[in-house]
Design a binder for this molecule. Structure first.
Ligand SMILES: [Zn+2]
Ligand SMILES: [Zn+2]
Length: 267
């Protein structure tokens, strides 16, 4: 009688196919094995600023999956940035699949730089920008060619985490309700991104009140990701993420395979 093993998965990570990634795909897989994960999805950046050759990406993935066989389920993903603005490039990429998992993220508003590159702003400036950001996310949801919405509260990573602005998404609950309902109607899920927990005083993206709001709007599909950009970061704070999802009332998480959610009880 073997004891029941908990199923830990990290489904948002970057290899050196991403411009800001550091480690090769096989090293990422080994990092996941060391972290005690059952499943790892590599989701390299594909957006206006970065792209990878899907054929080369697939080859590296297949080799790493083979090497980790029996020790880890390795899944083939992509983080599409502003996919609704990329036109034929996105179609070409998705046609090269089938990917296991397509994460849809907004790192910027169409006519502005990445929030990472934005200057410090006052509270009013931040609120204006968050309203525009939510409109951009709505446009991406209407486009809809992704599985799960990545790091919903991404602007706060810089506005609050880096610049110390006293701002959050609380003034936008009406817009968020509409956004969550659109997500649910489109069959999409919501990511809990725990990358910020690696920073002192960091917060999950999104936080508990928004996870509860998503659930109240009928949201069921949740995924958990570290957004690791190094092998050593894989699996970091996934445990806290799963606990937070439980606290929000979820009993299971999704790990996508072949673009479909496969359910696992939250460990
Ligand atoms: Zn991202
Ligand atoms: Zn990412």
């Amino acid at each position: 009688m073997g004891k029941v093993m908990s199923y830990w998965a990290d489904v948002h990570t970057h290899s050196d196919f991403s411009p800001d990634g550091h480690d090769a795909m096989d090293a990422m897989a080994e990092g996941a094995v060391r972290a005690g994960l059952s499943a790892l999805c590599v989701t390299d950046h594909f957006d206006t600023w970065s792209s990878f050759d899907p054929e080369r990406h697939r080859a590296a993935f297949e080799a790493a999956r083979e090497a980790a066989s029996g020790r880890l389920t390795l899944l083939w993903g992509v983080e599409l940035g502003e996919g609704h603005t990329l036109g034929a490039r996105t179609e070409t990429l998705l046609a090269a699949g089938p990917f296991d998992f397509v994460l849809g993220s907004c790192h910027c508003i169409h006519d502005k730089p990445d929030f990472y590159d934005m200057p410090r702003m006052d509270r009013a400036g931040c609120l204006t920008l968050i309203a525009e950001y939510l409109e951009e996310v709505r446009a991406m949801i209407r486009w809809g060619r992704f599985d799960v919405l990545g790091h919903l509260t991404y602007p706060l990573r810089y506005m609050v985490g880096r610049d110390g602005a006293a701002v959050d998404f609380a003034p936008f609950h009406d817009a968020l309700r509409a956004l969550f309902r659109a997500l649910v109607e489109g069959g999409h899920g919501l990511e809990l991104n725990v990358s910020n927990l690696r920073r002192p005083g960091g917060f999950p993206m999104p936080d508990l009140p928004l996870l509860k709001l998503y659930r109240a709007c009928g949201g069921e599909i949740v995924t958990v990701g570290s957004d690791a950009h190094r092998a050593q970061e894989i699996g970091a704070h996934i445990r806290e993420g799963c606990a937070l999802l439980r606290e929000a009332g979820f009993a299971r998480m999704a790990v996508y395979e072949n673009r479909r959610p496969v359910w696992h009880p939250l460990p």
